[in-house]
Ligand binder design. Structure first.
Ligand code: COA
Length: 251
């Protein structure tokens, strides 16, 4: 349970809403746990036929809470909460639709690589500054991004850490559609309802075929997590986290 994750059922659609607006939906351990539980319980519930991820106006997510990363880099305990969510995404049995408005940083971008349809608004910026923070790609992105975007665009996203505006993200296959801010939720829910209306078993088989080998994906997520955890205590990463925490806002 987390006060920052709202779960709602709309017919056969389960909506998982990230709701920590004062921190731009930066993800805490409790939020990962709540999202994982929702995915797993929705997968186990025959009444749920589609999952939806939404954020708040202006922010899907600013990524992992950097205070947690900083605490770990100083010797704190690193939990498995994020890994558990990523594994649940990789093993998800029902289609996932996501809607993004505004900020989508780190896992706020890579989570969509596990979604079947992602809608984003024109002001959305997808950004994975892992390397700039002294850390490394996660969420299976090193495997999935080159497949969906091609290796060079994936390198621009994950190696150069270039921000991808919504139109560029659509052009390179990272997302499905760009829609206006006022239409986002409606478009996402309409797509989820279309999915929920399909013959579920045929759709499950089709989706399984398209998603390929889940064991390979889970193995890559695990390998990335190992490297990522090691990088969290690097001098490069410590300096980047401290710089963010100590930054002064313009007056
Ligand atoms: N972890 C913890 N807190 C975060 C956060 C994060 N990843 N991202 C934003 N916040 C907090 C800020 O500290 C600030 O809190 P405060 O009001 O108590 O000072 C609040 O959210 C609003 O953020 P702010 O930076 O003022 O908003 P902005 O619109 O100017 O910038 C971002 C938004 C996302 C561009 C900027 O916050 C940012 O770069 N965040 C870090 C993103 C990141 O590196 N994530 C990790 C990826 S692995």
């Amino acid at each position: 349970m987390s006060e920052h994750i709202q779960i709602e059922r709309r017919g056969a659609v389960q909506v998982i809403r990230l709701d920590r607006p004062d921190k731009k939906n930066a993800l805490t351990r409790a939020m990962y746990v709540a999202m994982t539980e929702a995915l797993k319980s929705g997968d186990a519930d025959p009444g749920v036929r589609c999952h939806v991820f939404l954020g708040v106006p202006g922010a899907f997510s600013a990524g992992n809470d950097l205070a947690d990363f900083l605490a770990f880099s100083r010797g704190g305990k690193h939990g498995n909460e994020a890994f558990d969510l990523l594994e649940a995404l990789a093993r998800s049995e029902k289609p996932i639709v996501s809607g993004v408005d505004g900020i989508a940083v780190g896992i706020g971008t890579t989570i969509h690589l596990h979604c079947d349809l992602t809608f984003a608004t024109p002001r959305t910026l997808f950004h994975t500054p892992f390397v700039d923070l002294g850390i490394t790609p996660e969420a299976g992105s090193s495997l999935i991004a080159p497949l969906v975007m091609g290796r060079q665009q994936a390198f621009a996203l994950l190696g150069l850490c270039e921000p991808f505006p919504a139109e560029r993200a659509k052009a390179c296959g990272l997302i499905y559609e760009v829609v206006g801010e006022d239409e986002l939720e409606e478009a996402v829910l309409a797509a989820a309802e279309r999915i929920a209306g399909k013959p579920p078993e045929a759709l499950r088989i089709a989706r399984d075929l398209m998603r390929g080998d889940r064991e390979e994906l889970v193995a890559r997520i695990r390998e990335e997590s190992r490297l990522f955890a090691a990088r969290l205590t690097s001098d490069e990463a410590k300096a980047a986290f401290q710089a963010f925490m100590a930054r002064k806002k313009p007056a």
